[in-house]
Design a protein around this ligand. Sequence first.
Ligand SMILES: Cc1ncc(COP(=O)(O)O)c(C=O)c1O
Length: 401
Amino acid sequence: MPQLASRVGRAKPSAIMQVAEKAKRLKAEGRDIISFSIGVPNFLPGEHVYAAARESLTHDSGQYGSNRGSDALLDASLAHMAEVGLAGFTRANCATGIGAKHVIFNLAEALLDEGDTIVFPTPYWTSYLDIAEIVDAKIDLLPCPPEQSYKLRPEQLEAALAKKPKVFLFNNPSNPTGMVYGRDEIDALADVLVRHPDTWIITDDIYNRMVFDGIGYHNFLHERPELRDRLIFIDSLSKTYGMPGWRVGFMAGPEQVAKAVVALNSNHITNIPEVTTAAAVAALTGPQDIPRAKNAEFAAKRDQVMDVLAQIPGLVCPRPQGAFYVFPDVSAYYGKTHGPTGLKAGNDIELCSALLEAKGVACVPGSAFGEPRALRISYTCPTPQLAPGLQRIREFFAELT
Ligand SMILES: Cc1ncc(COP(=O)(O)O)c(C=O)c1O
């Protein structure tokens, strides 16, 4: 019997999708389920995006397109970056992909030989680990527990980079914690980065428009422009524009890196389809009122979630300032049992499973993100579901004995 390639065994199905699937199944069985599990923005882009897609169909070439991305999409991406202070890139610095995930995968293939080290903070977005494992990189995780507000400290970065890893991967604002690095924090980390010229820097900043409390979005390049020759910035339309299913992501970085990603595109996907490209350009260049309104809505929802979590004794929850996640440390409840159902909450997975069974609320166990003390609440559900969902969470913890 022929065998599958060993890399397939290293790629695990996403724990996030597993929870979402279970929630879906319970819903299909007629249970009243409120999902705080999957990280989707839960809104649709404006009508102008659909109009652009329809218009594109009327003169579709039906042909292969650019491996890099159409000029219109590259220019729209460049203008979008310039708006957050990342100007000075050209088309030659850019590449597009089927979502940021695909861009990150391409970068892993472009930058990491087997056995090369990639370093990133924990908690991390699940796919970082899976992608690094698929390309057979060595993974060096930098623990950032709730006691340090889930944020990487300069001395941790210094120690990690002293070992000369090939790639440092950084995510700001963070999935799963929602934490956002302030300017001083970015500045201090950038100081460390300039001292270690042997490491590529990837900043996955796809939530850069989802920042609250006036804290602003900061990138190492703002503080240290000299990092430009080894920093790769990643963005996506998925979250900002409510377009996760359209699958458009992009990167800007050194020309040789963009060229490598384009070469991989030519072998993986060839191009992003014309209709999708037209929709993406419309989203990036059209009215921005929907993303802005959603950002304000998410900030208010963050407050609502934090207010309820504050009423649950024993939870430790650094206050997120971006994206749409809250990541409370619930470990004070491990080892307890849910009184009314007898379900055990021995760890994050059992606790999330008991919460889903007992109260019909789906959250993601923190171990999916490398932090088994926590669970992730993604709070983009329709507004009328938020308060009842949070109330159920509060009841559930009160019933753990
Ligand atoms: C931090 C982070 N990076 C990348 C992605 C992937 O985004 P895309 O939909 O553009 O592939 C996600 C999606 O959840 C994410 O949270």
